[in-house]
Design a protein around this ligand. Sequence first.
Ligand code: HEM
Length: 523
Amino acid sequence: MGLLTGLIDQASVYLEGQNVWVLGPTILGAVVVLSVVINVLNQLLFSDPNQPPVVFHWFPFIGSTVSYGMEPYVFFNKCQEQYGDIFTFILLGRRMTVALGPKGNEFVFNGKHADLCAEEAYTHLTTPVFGEGVVYDCPNHMLMEQKKFMKFGLTTETFKQYVPLIKNEIVDFFTNSPYFKGAKSGSVPLSIAIPELVLFTASRSLQGKQVRKALTTTHAALFHDLDMGFTPVNFMFPWLPLPHNAKRDKAQRAMAKLYMDIIAKRKSGEEKEQEIDMIWNLMNRSYKDGRALSDRDIAHCMIALLMAGQHTSMATTTWTLLHLAAKPEIQTALYEEQVKVFGEELSPLTYDKLSDLSMVNNVIKEILRIHPPLHSIMRKVKSPLHVPETNFVIPSTHFVMAAPGVSAMDEKYFKNAKEFDPFRWVGHEKDEDNAEKFDFGFGLVSKGTASPYLPFGAGRHRCIGEQFANVQLGTIISTLVREFEFSLPPGQKDVPLVDYNSMVALATAPALVHFKRRANSNH
Ligand code: HEM
């Protein structure tokens, strides 16, 4: 006691003699040091054996934010080695309990809605972008119904219509894009070209003709502004009065109006149903209680679909072209498959024949194994949750996180896991079809299987866009492989590093590849 009083006395004498410029930083420094000391002592002395171990960190609030944010997989692997499959880390003040491995995937994806809630984990980020009343801004049972409505618009009939529409967009793109236009060979920055290509193909098919047109004319800049709202910082601070958030809000209103104007024209009879698209589909849907989807709900669902598909599919397409450029022998196998399935003359692509392209489908599967676009899946814990086969109970103040990309790159489950090898899937094409199925309210889906490979998630929040993504990616890969041969720029041995600064795991810009038109090109 005497020692402490002495120290305080000495500190007061010292501080009395200082001016404010010295005093301010000194006090701040002392507060930081003190909080670090308390934080470290707290971790060393008061760890609770009934809670998952906490990843050691010096600074409270910041915790492991920097190491997780920069290289999530390096961080997960290191923590897994040190703490096992279940551990907690601090992400900007939030306690995130990570559950790794197939059992971890099962634990998070298959959690009961009463225990684990996606809305509270995602709504801050998504609601300002999608708009109110849909997806994570409504009760879960409504999301399940909305997913069912969306799935009605993703049928074999629509896919048959979409394949030629997507193909035409791709051909238009490499006929008119400044990177390809007329050139026999050249190089293209995929980080610029592919987001456009994916946006045009998805909008022309799923979103309909008018939306496609608006996205290159009146609404091109607005889409960009809205997209900027989808940045990781907005997970925590979506309300910050920053210019990009103001632009996001304005763009959201304008995009919603675009859809609502289309709906109004269709309702008034000014526009007749010529092509099936998702807007027509949603206009015919009603909730179980008899309420039809409002125009605003439809507009916001359409924005959600546009955004959900855009980032995931453009990351996947970019990684595909990069890996093909690095392995010409896979391009040869893909080209030979086109000839085998469509004949020497390469007859037009059709939906029916896409499923015969097992090499194309295995390439997509393999890309999604090495580069699943979403590295972290989150839920808010709603009531204290026991982790099976452990003593751990996760408190309701925590979030849980699954990272199926960790098990998908684990040697335990995939031999030579780091290598891009589409042939590893030969003979495993139907694996998921055999998994246990359940209907959460939007059709039968695999039920939180304890699988090491879940790029489309599982359980009640499982992706509804998988088939559409396969149709879109399959058509893009087939069309490009028929037309071009790709290679990495001279001297570059491997694909670029991953850039984790965006919402999805992207290739670091500019992600350049060289292209050479095939001798028998028709364009
Ligand atoms: C390669 C492409 C894609 C990948 C890898 C992917 C991945 C995922 C994953 C992992 C989830 C689960 C998220 C969670 O559990 O928190 C998900 C959900 C979802 N995805 Fe996709 N997705 C892709 C394409 C698409 C497309 C094209 C659409 C729309 C047409 C779409 C619409 C959705 C929707 C509506 C959900 C449901 C969200 C929920 O229930 O919480 N996705 N996706």
